[in-house]
Design a protein around this ligand. Structure first.
Ligand code: AR6
Length: 170
């Protein structure tokens, strides 16, 4: 089941939340900053030992002080106009985040709109990639939460999900 919510991802009671991280896993602004603040300093210490993460890939850590047991740090591409393989990298980032979750037997997972903040990915295209990946993995989880951070983003996600479902219906 995919549900679309508009909230702070750090508050969600799920097995794993996904972070929109950078290749150095150094923490930063946006959702990354919020996750590090809520998880506490142990998260930064743990991440320093993970040797970074390539764009399109994902690494997992404990959630420390978060309600979520795990944090999956996924690194989305920086938008460069579309000619830098960004769409494949964004799709890979969701796929690898789900693979990390499955390896830990995660049943409920929440994901932010990766790359659409500081990294500048156009939101409609990013929503299609994100929700296509969520649909591909839907049957492996009890619950997939698409965690938007504005009502506008949540509306776009609802519209996009309805369109994708319509395209495959019948
Ligand atoms: N809960 C859910 N979503 C959030 C939250 C939150 N607490 N805060 C922001 N968002 P961004 P990126 C949304 O910039 O574009 C960091 O510095 C936000 O509205 O967090 O992948 C990293 O360290 C947007 O829709 O991530 C990297 O350097 C979405 O999260 C870089 O930014 C992603 O925005 C990654 O950039």
């Amino acid at each position: 089941m995919i549900s679309i919510v508009c909230t702070d991802i750090t508050t969600l009671q799920v097995d794993a939340i996904v972070n929109a991280a950078n290749t150095g896993l150094r923490g930063g602004g946006g959702v990354d900053g919020a996750i590090h603040r809520a998880a506490g300093p142990q998260l930064q210490e743990y991440c320093q030992r993970l040797n970074g993460c390539r764009t399109g890939d994902a690494k997992i850590s404990p959630g420390f002080d978060l309600p979520a047991r795990w944090v999956i740090h996924a690194v989305g591409p920086i938008w460069q106009g579309g000619g830098g393989n960004e769409s494949a990298l964004l799709a890979a980032c969701y796929l690898n985040a789900f693979e990390q979750a499955l390896a830990k037997r995660v049943k409920s997972i929440a994901l932010p709109c990766i790359s659409t903040g500081a990294y500048g990915y156009p939101k409609p295209e990013a929503a299609t990639i994100a929700l296509t990946a969520m649909r591909d993995f839907e049957s492996h989880f009890d619950k997939i939460v698409a965690c938007c951070f504005s009502e506008e983003d949540a509306g776009l996600y609802r519209q996009t999900l309805a369109r994708l479902r319509g395209e495959t219906a019948g």
